[in-house]
Design a protein around this ligand. Structure first.
Ligand code: PGA
Length: 257
């Protein structure tokens, strides 16, 4: 059975309580688009307030620490975000890999902590413009993803439910220019093949692969029509209910799925 498209808003470091009205509007609109699974990853400070009010959308975090607890000033554990109401966590986003020096090994440790805390994970991968121009994008993504995802022996039994992969080419994030449908199709095919190699035919085929990088209401339909695209991770365009739900609407079009 085909899974529902998964549309996730990544608010990044945007949003104070003044944004709760936007989250409410997104939640209300999501109740009218039940064919699509809509989720929001606000800053940590808004996870609980949004979770408390939301009736339809699920709420997640944008990161978590790899340890269960301890002397880590300023950090937040997977159990803490789960306690605040998060159902999932975005891991390995390029802004954390570059801005906070997160290695593949650290991202993998965070994935283990998140899964142990009962969270679903959205594992991000993405190559830089330089890597793409040098023709090494496919090799880079395979290596990054293989080292960041749980090793097959450590993967949960229900991994297709618990793990989503997000392909987010760094050069397309926040630039206004998404990757071409040809580039997206190629890379999602490569990722699918890797997932099957890692986790086997049955589970590897079921893991959702979503695209991120300048997804907007006006390019969403063509992106969702690409084979192996199961949804989107949306940054800038998730900050208003209008643009975010424009994307969700495109994902729910029967002709696209
Ligand atoms: P963008 O960000 O939609 O603003 O390009 C996507 C992301 O970084 O998740």
């Amino acid at each position: 059975m085909a899974r529902r498209p998964y549309i996730v808003g990544n608010w990044k470091m945007h949003g104070t309580r003044a944004m709760l009205s936007e989250a409410r509007a997104i939640d209300r609109a999501a109740q009218r688009h039940m064919k699509v699974e809509v989720a929001l990853a606000p800053p940590f400070t808004l996870i609980h307030p949004i979770h408390r009010e939301a009736e339809q959308i699920s709420v997640g975090a944008q990161d978590c620490h790899h340890a269960d607890g301890g002397a880590h000033t300023g950090d937040i554990s997977a159990a803490m975000v789960a306690d605040a109401g998060a159902k999932f966590v975005i891991l390995g986003h390029s802004e954390r890999r570059t801005g906070h020096g997160e290695s593949d090994a650290l991202v993998r440790a965070k994935a283990a902590a998140a899964l142990a805390a009962g969270l679903r994970i959205i594992m991000c991968c993405g190559e830089s413009g330089e890597t793409r121009e040098s023709g090494r994008a496919v090799a880079f993504i395979k290596k990054q993803l293989k080292a960041s995802l749980p090793a097959p022996a450590d993967a949960p039994a229900d991994l297709a439910e618990r793990i989503t992969v997000a392909y987010e080419p760094i050069w397309a994030i926040g630039t206004g220019t998404a990757a071409t449908t040809a580039d997206i199709g190629e890379m999602h095919g490569v990722i699918r093949q890797l997932l099957v190699e890692l986790y086997g035919e049955e589970q590897g085929r079921e893991v959702r692969i979503i695209y991120g990088g300048s997804v907007k209401p006006d390019n969403a339909a063509e992106i969702f029509a690409v084979p192996e695209v199961s949804g989107a991770l949306v940054g800038g365009a998730s900050l208003t209910a209008d643009s975010f739900m424009g994307i969700a609407l495109a994902a729910g079009e029967p002709s696209d799925h």
